[in-house]
Design a protein around this ligand. Structure first.
Ligand code: THG
Length: 377
């Protein structure tokens, strides 16, 4: 890989917290929704160990909101979402994969219902705004669609709740997982959800005024000491252990939700219609040909894979490794593979032909990576 750096420009958008992230020592970045996203501070393993014990503050502004507002907002939200939002409640979040007419995933956002006639789709890394605006225009729907000035700030880790209580008050404890409530801050009401892209627990604060970015960051930072607060970011090791899938890495426009194990979020048997439904029913009827699975690999400690690597059985390529890294708590290299259905079962043995050497791999369910990472601690 090249060691050259990325040159900053207006096209690569800064966030309301970018100055703090830089001051506090981000040591690596990626680009996500045309924005800077830190990937590392002290190092992947150090950030990971800290995240699993204390509290971290994450600039996740890259989780941009596609706002749909107006008389047809609910209708459009239901149409685009493979998750059934028919009875979506105000104040709740829903993991809501979005498919095209072929059932292929365009994005896998978290949907928030803010009001009867207002949704935010908190998106992964693809330009969902264009798809939603195009549909509204083509279908002549009475909605207003935009990317509002909303930049989530996440507080994650086992000590996140106590820290949030110190900043926003005891009522923070009443927020249930994947629900949100509004809290006053600097004369505004900010939506705060119990959610976030880690399995350590925590909150996401949807700041809706970018000019308050540093004020919000500093207000939390000042209360952070008892909780060993440090800056952080979505962590590769922790999210693989936790089975959190990354759009663009573990799935993309070539995959359907059935292939990546999201069928539990999608009801294909109800009357309701949504884009991609027929294609998904057809795929379910013939059966999927490949599936996303977990994998444990032996050999030297792996560093992140920049390219998908071949997964081979008897010299025949049967899949690709989509993400991988060494996990200290698991005590092995772990990752995800998109693998032919014949091999997509617990205990299947494969060979991974990695740029970091050929190694043996054993397939498992995505969810079983988590349990093993707990028990070996
Ligand atoms: N928070 C917000 N927006 C986001 C993300 C987020 N946008 C991009 C990306 N992350 C979307 N992908 C996911 C994937 C999984 C989850 C959240 C966002 C997640 N899943 C829970 C789990 O797997 O345990 C449960 C989901 C459920 O029960 O509905 O949290 O992180 N704002």
């Amino acid at each position: 890989m090249s060691r050259a750096t990325i040159l900053a420009s207006r096209r690569l958008r800064a966030t309301p917290y970018s100055t703090r992230v830089a001051q506090m020592g981000a040591s690596g970045y990626t680009v996500y929704n045309h924005m800077w996203l830190a990937t590392m501070f002290g190092g992947l393993a150090q950030d990971y160990a800290h995240l699993k014990k204390y509290a971290q503050i994450w600039d996740v502004s890259v989780e941009r909101q596609v706002q749909i507002k107006g008389p047809d907002a609910h209708k459009l939200a239901c149409m685009i979402s493979a998750r059934d939002l028919t009875n979506a409640k105000v104040g709740r979040c829903y993991y809501a994969p979005i498919c095209d007419q072929h059932g292929k995933i365009i994005n896998d956002p978290v949907a928030l219902r803010l009001a009867d006639d207002k949704y935010w789709f908190s998106i992964a890394d693809s330009d969902l705004l264009l798809w939603v605006q195009g549909l509204a225009l083509g279908l002549n729907l009475d909605v207003d669609i935009c990317e509002p000035d909303v930049s989530p700030l996440a507080i994650q880790g086992p000590m996140a709740e106590d820290l949030m209580v110190d900043v926003f008050g005891e009522e923070i404890r009443d927020i249930k997982f994947f629900q949100f409530k509004a809290f006053p801050f600097e004369g505004r009401m900010l939506n705060i959800a119990r959610s976030g892209w880690s399995k350590q627990g925590g909150f996401e604060i949807y700041l809706d005024d970018g000019s308050l970015g540093e004020v919000l960051w500093d207000a939390i930072w000042e209360k952070g000491e008892p909780y060993y607060l440090r800056p952080g970011c979505p962590n590769l090791i922790e999210r693989i252990e936790g089975g959190l899938l990354s759009y663009g890495n573990d799935m993309n426009r070539e995959n359907t939700p059935l292939e990546i194990g999201l069928e539990k979020f999608i009801n294909l048997d109800s009357d309701r219609d949504f884009i991609g439904k027929e294609a998904l029913i057809a795929q379910r009827d013939v059966g999927i040909k490949k599936r996303l699975m977990g994998i444990e690999m032996d050999g030297e400690e792996m560093t992140p894979v920049p390219e998908p690597e071949d997964v081979v059985v008897d010299d025949v390529k049967v899949g690709i490794l989509t993400s991988a890294v060494f996990s200290p708590d698991y005590g092995a290299n772990i990752g995800f593979v998109m693998i032919a259905i014949e091999h997509a079962h617990d205990g299947a043995v494969v060979e991974v032909q990695s740029a970091q050497g050929t190694r043996k791999g054993v397939i498992c369910e995505v969810s079983s990576l988590w349990s093993r990472a707990q028990t070996s601690e």
